[in-house]
Design a protein. Sequence first.
Length: 115
Amino acid sequence: MGEPDDSTDVSRQEIFETEDTIVVQSRVAGGITTRWHHNGDRHVYGYVVAGHAVLEYGPAGQESVELDAGDFVYVPPHTIRRVVNPTTEDWIIAISFVGSGSPVVSVAGPQSGVE
């Protein structure tokens, strides 16, 4: 399922996979910031199961949205972002990656020009 995060505090459990959809449960431990990444040509649909996190994106990563349990989120293809969990609790999200290609593509940062 693409490159995993270097951190052992980020985990993804694949629930199922079809020809054009991968569904996972992702867990970001408290105090962790994920690597900058995008999802290639895939659309990302998510539902926050538990916790609180901040999704940083946009030019220089200056835009953000806070995501709490019960929130839904859509991320268009090639949107460079990272997740910041500023709490001590795990942030858990159910994610559907819809489309083709690698579902996780790590990049150096938001300046990588893919957005």
